[in-house]
Design a protein. Structure first.
Length: 504
C-alpha cells in the first residue's frame, strides 16, 4: 500500500473492441477499508474496467498496482490468488449442484493418501455453515441451486466472494435481485468488511444506495473518467448530471395516454399449485398497469401464466370480449401479446447470436418466402429500423449481443417484441440493472406505446418506477391480490401496506 492509503491503482487503462473504444486512458485509485462507488450509464465502461481487473479481459495499455506492487492479471484465477474477487452482475451458478459445491468450486477440500484424493464433503459442509454463520445467512449448504430463488442465489454469490478473504471485492449490481431486508443485510456485511480493511468497488445504478454506503464516487462516461468525489459532496441531481452530461430534472417522461375500453379481463385465475390464486383484474387499451409486491408475491408466475408459460387450473381470460385459452407462447403471440422476461441473460437474449438475429427472433414467420427461404433483405431492413428507432448503441447488426451493455441489450429485446406488433406488452422488471439515462429512454418508449393505444402490464420492484409510470397499480402479496391503487395518487406507504397485507 502506498503512502496515500491506496491498495489498488489502475493507471492509464485502455481497451478496444471491434468498432468500440471501451476504455480510454482510465485511472482509478481505491483506498483500503473504503467503499468506492463506480457509476455511469450503461456502456460507460464500468464493467469492462472491472473485467480487466479480474482477468476476464486483457487491457491494451496501462498498469495495475496492488498493495504497492505492479501485477499482471491474465485470468480470474490469478486475480483470486492475488486477493481480488468479484460478484458479477449476471448470475452464472452451476444449477444442478449444491450451494456448498458452488461456493468452493475449484478449491474443494480433499482427503486421501498421496495422489489418491477424494472430495471431503463433510468438511465442505462444515466450512460453508461457518461462512454462513459469520455472515448471518440462513441457507442450507446442501440445497440444490436450481431450487433456489434469484435473491438466494445472489446471497450465495456474495458469500462466495467473501470466502476468498480478498483485499479487494468488486460488487457489480449486487442488490439487483435482493429484497429490502437482504439489501440491509448486505450493507451490514460491507460495513464489517470495511472494518477489516477490505476495499469494496461497488457498481450500482441505485443512487440512493451509493449515497448511503459509499466513501468515494467515481463517475465514468463513454469510456473515460469524469472525476472522483467524496460521497458526502454528492447529491442525486449532481450524480445524474455528471453521468449523462445533462440534467434529468424529471426522472419520468410526461404521459399523454388516455386509457380506453377494457381490452383484457382476467377472472379468478389460479395456478395448479396455487402459487397464485383467485386473481382478477382488467387492462384497458392504452393503459400502463403496474404490478407491485415483494419477492414471493408470485407476480412473475402470474404473467408467465398469461403468456402460456405456466399452466392455469381455474379462471377465465377474456380478450376483446371473447374468452380465450392460452396454452403456450405461440398462442399468446397469435393473440398479439408479448412478454419481456425478468432475467434477460437467462430467458431473453441469445448471447452467441448477433444483434440482427436477436432482433428478428420472435418474428421469423414474417421473413419466410414462398420457397421457404428467409428474406435476408427484409430481416436486415426491419432490424436496422428497429435498432435506429430505439437508439441502440451497437457497432453494427453483426455485433454479438453479449458485447452490448445491459441497457442496449434490453432495448434490442424491446425491438424484438415490437416487431411482432403486439397489442398487449408484458414487461417484467424492464429496467433492472440499467442506468438512469437508459431507463429514461425505456420509459419514453413505454409512454409512446401507451399513447399509441398499446396496453402495458409492468412488474417493477422499484417503487419510484412503479409510482412514476403506472396509470393504476395492482398489488399482490403471497400469491393473492391485495388491492388496486391509482397511479397519480398512490404513495410508497400505500403500496407497502398492500404488499404485506396477508403476511403473518
Amino acid at each position: 500500500m502506498n503512502g496515500d492509503g491506496y491498495i489498488l491503482e489502475m493507471n492509464a487503462i485502455s481497451k478496444e473492441f471491434p468498432g468500440v473504444k471501451a476504455l480510454d486512458n482510465v485511472t482509478l485509485k481505491v483506498r483500503s477499508g473504503t467503499v468506492h462507488a463506480l457509476m455511469g450509464e450503461n456502456g460507460a465502461g464500468k464493467s469492462t474496467l472491472m473485467k480487466c481487473l479480474f482477468g476476464i479481459y486483457k487491457p491494451d495499455a496501462g498498469e495495475i498496482i496492488l498493495d504497492g506492487e505492479r501485477i499482471e492479471i491474465p485470468n480470474s484465477k490469478t486475480a483470486l490468488d492475488n486477493g481480488i474477487s468479484m460478484i458479477h452482475q449476471e448470475l452464472h451458478p452451476v444449477p444442478f449442484r449444491s450451494v456448498m459445491e458452488n461456493i468452493w468450486l475449484g478449491r474443494f477440500p480433499t482427503w486421501g493418501i498421496g495422489p489418491l484424493r477424494f472430495v471431503d464433503h463433510k468438511k465442505m459442509a462444515a466450512d460453508t455453515r461457518k461462512l454462513f454463520t459469520d455472515l448471518d445467512m440462513h441457507i442450507d449448504p446442501k440445497t440444490n441451486v436450481r431450487d433456489m430463488s434469484v435473491s438466494k442465489i445472489q446471497s450465495m454469490e456474495i458469500a462466495k466472494a467473501v470466502s476468498y478473504n480478498s483485499k479487494v471485492i468488486i460488487m457489480d449490481e449486487p442488490t439487483s435481485s435482493l429484497t429490502d431486508n437482504e439489501v440491509e443485510h448486505l450493507f451490514r456485511i460491507i460495513s464489517d468488511l470495511k472494518s477489516r480493511g477490505v476495499a469494496i468497488i461497488y457498481i450500482s445504478h441505485k443512487i440512493e444506495e451509493i449515497l448511503k454506503i459509499a466513501d468515494e464516487v467515481t463517475i465514468m462516461r463513454d469510456g473515460r473518467i469524469m472525476g472522483t468525489w467524496d460521497a458526502s459532496e454528492m447529491t442525486t441531481d449532481l450524480i445524474i448530471s455528471k453521468m449523462v452530461g445533462r440534467d434529468l430534472t424529471h426522472r419520468f417522461p410526461e404521459k399523454s395516454n388516455t386509457p380506453g375500453d377494457v381490452i383484457l379481463r382476467v377472472e379468478g385465475l389460479t395456478s395448479p399449485f396455487k402459487s397464485f390464486r383467485e386473481i382478477s383484474f382488467e387492462l384497458r387499451r392504452g393503459e400502463i398497469l403496474g404490478i407491485g409486491g415483494l419477492v414471493g408475491a408470485q407476480r412473475t408466475e402470474l404473467v408467465e401464466a398469461l403468456f402460456g408459460l405456466r399452466a392455469i387450473k381455474t379462471g377465465r381470460i377474456t380478450l376483446n370480449g371473447k374468452e380465450i385459452r392460452i396454452k403456450n407462447p405461440i398462442e399468446a403471440k397469435r393473440h398479439k401479446m408479448a412478454l419481456l422476461t425478468e432475467e434477460r441473460r437467462v430467458t431473453g437474449i441469445f448471447p452467441v447470436l448477433n444483434v440482427l438475429e436477436n432482433t428478428v427472433m420472435a418474428n421469423v414467420e414474417r421473413y419466410v418466402t414462398p420457397v421457404r427461404l428467409l428474406d435476408e433483405k427484409k430481416r436486415k431492413q426491419d432490424a436496422s429500423e428497429s435498432v435506429n428507432m430505439l437508439r441502440v448503441k451497437t457497432p453494427s447488426l453483426k455485433t454479438l449481443i453479449k458485447d452490448l451493455s445491459g441497457g442496449n441489450q434490453q432495448k434490442v429485446l424491446f425491438a424484438r417484441w415490437l416487431l411482432t406488433q403486439p397489442d398487449i406488452l408484458i414487461l417484467d422488471e424492464p429496467t433492472r440493472g440499467i442506468d438512469v439515462g437508459a431507463k429514461y429512454e425505456i420509459y419514453t418508449i413505454m409512454a409512446d406505446l401507451a399513447k399509441q393505444g398499446k396496453s402495458i402490464i409492468m412488474i417493477s420492484s422499484e417503487m419510484p418506477e412503479l409510482l412514476g409510470m403506472s396509470d393504476r397499480i395492482m398489488v399482490m402479496c403471497e400469491g393473492r391480490l391485495s388491492g388496486f391503487l391509482e397511479g397519480q395518487t398512490a404513495s410508497e406507504e400505500d403500496v407497502m401496506r398492500l404488499a404485506t397485507q396477508f403476511m403473518v
